[in-house]
Design a protein around this ligand. Structure first.
Ligand code: PLP
Length: 365
């Protein structure tokens, strides 16, 4: 299979990831819940994951909270910064993982910057929205639908200038573009462990520059006498037993990324995305591409998007069709009615994948 749905999750993980999961299942009990060797081995495994993440993302190990996916981390961060009916600014390319929690809080949302691949528009609209004094800003690093890389360093600078706390959704950038908590000055950065970080599904990270509000209350193996959640990181937001095998796999994914290099992987993905966009354009399709684009390309085919994705699947090519859990991004790009077909490259992006995808497309249209 030619797997081009890395925007959903990375599928062919490095073999070390699987190995680490298996070893953790054989060796590890519950971390922080005992002083015997299997519990200690689990605690060490979990700490190694925090340490590897801290090194890669410019923070301290205790600032790395382990979550079950990116949505989980975003919910914690949003619930910390946003109270019911607060005013919030978001980009025009946010995922439902941001917009639904805001909707649940009845937040007053200003959508700033809806033009694809246009940094000038994104920054101008964003600054305008910050001037109205929102309680928080939340923005994605890369659009999961169109691969648009937002000017997050400049957006972060504007947030600091206007004194607005912010959350970065690094779901589509972590593992392909450098992300650094300290230099960005973000309050929180949420990311999945199972996409670009190459860990198993059911893993995620929330990088915390301030103390978050817990979503769940429960046992942490620490401060057990108190009925309040611990008031320190990361225990405050890690109630209940963590996913030790998943975390061990995620740590292996992080080590792999360090060895291969995030920038190398990002370059590889972008190269294939560019070739894909050019090839689809040659086939006469409406393709969304531009100068600030990562390893993801969306297009509108002449037939129904789902039908095309199914036909591609029969030819052994995995892509995703529809709204990609991001109706706001489609509204911004004018594709809410049709949806798009999305091709998203991963750490194993190769010219062969692009060629086979384009050959299948040429045969189908
Ligand atoms: N944010 C963006 C931009 C995404 O693309 C996704 C997943 O596709 C998420 C958040 C949610 O990630 P998860 O499925 O790990 O909760």
């Amino acid at each position: 299979m030619i797997y081009l749905d890395n925007g959903a999750t990375s599928f062919r993980k490095p073999p070390q990831v699987r190995q680490a999961v298996l070893e953790a299942m054989e060796r590890c009990a519950n971390p922080g819940r005992g002083g015997y060797p299997a519990a200690m081995a689990a605690a060490e495994q979990v700490y190694r994951c925090r340490e590897a993440a801290a090194e890669l993302f410019g923070c301290q190990p205790e600032q790395v909270a382990l979550t079950s996916n990116c949505t989980h981390g975003l919910n914690i961060a949003i619930r910390t910064l946003v109270k019911p009916e607060d005013q919030v600014v978001i980009s025009g390319f946010e995922h439902n993982a941001v917009t639904r929690p805001l909707h649940a809080l009845s937040a007053k949302v200003t959508v700033a910057g809806q033009r694809l691949f246009d940094w000038g528009n994104t920054l101008e609209e964003f600054e305008k929205a910050l001037r109205s004094g929102p309680k928080a800003a939340i923005f994605t690093h890369v659009s999961n639908v169109f691969g648009y890389i937002l000017p997050v360093e400049q957006m972060a600078r504007l947030c600091r200038q206007y004194g607005v706390p912010f959350i970065l959704d690094a779901a589509q950038s972590a593992g392909a573009i450098p992300v650094d908590l300290q230099s960005l000055g973000a309050d929180f950065i949420a990311m999945p462990g199972h996409k670009g970080l190459l860990g198993p599904q059911g893993t995620g990270l929330l990088l915390c520059a301030r103390l978050p509000e817990p979503l769940l209350q429960g046992g942490t193996g620490s401060d057990s006498i108190r009925q309040e959640m611990p008031d320190y990181l990361p225990d405050r937001v890690e109630a209940g037993t963590v996913n030790v095998p998943g975390i061990a796999g995620l740590a292996a994914g992080l080590r792999y990324l360090r060895r291969v290099g995030v920038e190398n992987i990002g370059r590889r993905e972008r190269t294939q995305a560019e070739k894909t966009a050019a090839g689809l354009t040659r086939l006469g399709l409406k393709v969304f591409s531009g100068s600030h684009q990562g390893g993801t390309v969306s297009f509108v085919p002449s037939m129904d998007c789902d039908e095309l994705a199914q036909k591609l699947a029969k030819r052994g090519v995995a892509v995703r069709a529809g709204l990609h859990c991001a109706p706001l991004a489609h509204k911004s790009a004018g594709t809410l009615e049709t949806g798009t077909v999305r091709v998203s490259f991963g750490h194993d992006a190769s010219p062969g994948q692009t060629q086979q995808f384009l050959a299948a497309m040429a045969a189908l249209i």
